[in-house]
Design a protein around this ligand. Structure first.
Ligand code: AMP
Length: 396
């Protein structure tokens, strides 16, 4: 795997695709800088070796035309502050002006290009646009894991114009290795904790991870499709009636792969989908009409705890309850504590894909697990077993 360690960047200009698609408030202030912080190690690595850096990113969805609302000029000062180097800005993304600014960069200097998505050619994966971008650096570094599942000009197409001079940035490397550490080289027992609302949105991941894992913990809204498929009564709980056969086929496949499936035995049921609903603890297969399961119950959590604490490798995707409401966040918080405890005992834990990432951040577990993925869609597609175009382009 070609990484930044494969090159000496001294006197070289690195063209880095970063993901600076940060949230801005009405005053164009960044409300969450984590994506910039995540790209910092790669930038610093190259600068410290005596290289210079050209940064390219998208911001929002400007729809292929310039727009002040989506200008990356708004973030230049914050980027400078975070990396501790004064960043220059190029209003031109490609062309003569951009090339002039890039070639004038002295070692240790950083240039940020204007929003790639001011051009439809970016999302279209246009070859001439990719080639024009490629003129801005000697070595192409892809560190934008969040967009690695897109075959865009700057994330994939561009790589071929650099021959051997292309590599993954440190963030991309970490993401790729974290997935490998779960699905390829993980120490057993390996447990996948799958939550979220629907089986249908997680089915491809479950099918892809089954051959690699020993235990599958099912939680969240998905629970009720499994419980009903097994003959239980789920009351008004979220349930995909057209996916009952699918749930049974997952259980069949799990058996073929010797995977033990753990489905909640009890749940916290509510008489309304609301924070102030009346609640009671009931068996997951005996929920009355008018009631819906919104979180894992205490017996369930006790069982999940044992499985998680005995695991050496953990993948956690999706909350086990409606964690956005305090009344139903307890299960997801408990899973966070169990994953933390397993990690403290030496397990490798990866939290990835969507809502589980928001949950670990919200409940303060981010630095208590081994790795929290920064790429929602890209992580989900990797877990589904798909090769990401941005990854393939570097490996080719
Ligand atoms: P996903 O995007 O598929 O990972 O689903 C995450 C969403 O699932 C969160 O917004 C949770 O509130 C929701 N969720 C988790 N458990 C339940 C449940 N028992 N009933 C309804 N929604 C749930």
């Amino acid at each position: 795997m070609k990484t930044v360690s494969s090159f000496n960047f001294n006197q070289k200009r690195a063209l880095i695709r970063v993901d600076f698609n940060v949230p801005l408030d009405a005053e164009k202030q960044i409300t969450d800088t984590s994506r910039i912080e995540a790209a910092k190690p790669t930038i610093m690595h190259i600068l410290e070796q005596g290289g210079s850096v050209v940064l390219m990113s998208h911001l929002g969805r400007p729809g292929g035309k310039p727009s002040n609302d989506f200008s990356l000029s708004h973030i230049v000062d914050r980027v400078s502050e975070i990396i501790g180097v004064s960043v220059q800005f190029s209003e031109a993304t490609i062309g003569h002006e951009a090339e002039k600014a890039a070639s004038a960069l002295a070692p240790g200097k950083v240039l940020l290009l204007e929003n790639l998505r001011f051009f439809n050619e970016e999302t279209d994966g246009d070859e001439s646009f990719a080639e024009a971008l490629s003129k801005l650096g000697d070595i192409y570094v892809n560190d934008a894991f969040g967009t690695a599942h897109r075959a865009h000009a700057s994330t994939a197409i561009i790589a071929k114009y650099f021959g051997e001079n292309k590599c993954f940035g440190l963030l991309m490397e970490k993401e790729i290795r974290a997935i490998e550490q779960v699905l390829k080289t993980g120490e057993k027992p390996i447990t996948a904790i799958m939550g979220g609302s629907k089986v249908s949105s997680k089915i491809t991941i479950i099918e892809n991870v089954l051959p690699a894992i020993d235990h599958l913990i099912v939680g969240g809204g998905m629970t009720y499709t499994f419980v009903k498929a097994l003959g239980g009564s789920v009351g008004d709980s979220i349930c995909e009636d057209d996916k009952l056969d699918l749930a049974l086929s997952i259980l069949e496949k799990a058996k073929e792969h010797n995977v033990t499936v753990h489905i909640p035995v009890d749940v916290i049921a509510a008489d309304d989908f609301s924070e102030n609903a009346n609640t009671k603890i009931v068996d997951s297969n005996a929920i009355e009409a008018g009631w819906q399961g919104l979180d894992a119950g205490p017996k369930t959590l006790e069982q999940f705890e044992k499985v998680i604490l005995a695991s050496k490798t953990l993948l956690w995707n999706g909350p086990v309850g409606v964690f956005e409401m305090n009344a139903f966040a307890g299960g997801t918080k408990a899973i966070g504590r169990f994953v933390q405890a397993a990690t403290e005992n030496g397990a490798f834990s990866l939290v990835g894909g969507g809502d589980s990432v928001s949950a670990v951040k919200q409940f303060g577990f981010s630095d208590k697990v081994s790795y929290v993925s920064t790429g929602g869609g890209a992580m989900l597609e990797s877990l589904e077993g798909r090769t990401l175009p941005g990854v393939a382009a570097i490996l080719e």
